[in-house]
Design a protein around this ligand. Structure first.
Ligand SMILES: [Zn+2]
Length: 292
């Protein structure tokens, strides 16, 4: 229970049971119970096993005979040597998803039902004006930075770290959740795709699984000090607003290896880690991965 420890560290000597009750309450309030589901599909003598969160923001891991091609969202999926693969459903994924298998010279589709979520509205005031609506002079820089981020998110790497269990990257208090609709200084903006973990500046941030560092930038416009990790099979994670960075692009990091420290660089109102996870262009909810 990493979170219990962290809250204790922050607020000192407080009754353990009391904290546990608050945490359970917060978790229940924030995350309606999305039970991890297992689904076994049998098509034309082939068995496909799927396991994970069939919900917006969820990730599902599957296994199939490794010689059978499988397609999701127009992408032929990468498989491990034992036939494992992953698929993800973004924040606004429609109610239905279709997985395709190439069997006996034909693509056969299977429908998956994706549970729909209700998101919170988060109001943030007091941001610098240029951070809410950047002036034209920043557009080129922002465009360039977004292009690099997009490139990293499109990687389909050959490493299988995504099949490891994810740990929390830092200790702190959850101050923002996946999917919230944001109103910044009174203006409706893009939803928040990360989990915000509030912690003092300088708090260590660790890699949640083994990974390869694909970005280590000190000062991006929105996200300030930013690290992007590649877990393989299209899954990347992003760590934003860092005050310092301990890794370089191309490094292979171990699970629980320090990658940087919490800060408040970029568009941020106080020290926190903004932690995001993507499956290619689909935004996933880190909280759903952590509980596995
Ligand atoms: Zn955030």
């Amino acid at each position: 229970m990493v979170k219990i420890k962290s809250v204790q560290n922050l607020i000192g000597e407080v009754n353990n049971n009391y904290i546990k009750l608050i945490l359970i309450f917060l978790l229940l309030k924030t995350y309606p119970c999305f039970a991890t589901n297992s689904l076994i599909i049998n098509v034309k003598d082939t068995k496909i096993v799927l396991e994970g969160d069939f919900v917006q923001g969820g990730l599902v891991k599957g296994k199939i005979n490794k010689d059978i091609n499988i397609k999701f969202k127009e992408k032929i999926l990468r498989k491990t040597s034992d036939g494992s693969f992953v698929i993800g459903f973004g924040r606004d994924h429609p109610r239905q998803a279709y997985l395709y298998f190439f069997l006996k010279q034909n693509w056969v589709s299977k429908k998956l039902n994706i549970k729909q979520r209700k998101y919170k509205t988060q109001i943030i005031n007091g941001l610098e004006k240029k951070m809410v609506t950047p002036p034209k002079s920043f557009w080129d820089r922002i465009k360039k930075e977004n292009r690099v981020i997009k490139e990293v998110r499109s990687l389909d790497s050959n490493v299988d770290f995504i099949f490891q269990k994810f740990d929390w990257p830092t200790k702190g208090i959850i101050s923002g959740v996946f999917g919230s609709q944001r109103i910044l200084n009174g203006k409706p903006k893009r939803p928040h795709y990360g989990i915000d973990i509030a912690a003092p500046k300088g708090t260590d941030i660790f890699s949640p699984t083994e990974a390869i560092v694909r970005m280590a930038e000190k000062d991006l416009f929105y996200t300030g000090g930013t690290v992007m990790l590649d877990h393989g099979h299209g899954v990347t994670s992003v760590y934003s607003h860092l005050s310092s960075i301990n890794v370089n692009v191309g490094d292979k990091v171990n699970k629980d290896q320090k990658i940087g420290e919490v800060g408040s660089t970029g568009r941020s109102t106080g020290p926190h880690l903004d932690w995001r996870i993507n499956w290619f262009s689909e935004r996933l909810d880190p909280a759903l991965l952590i509980k596995k």
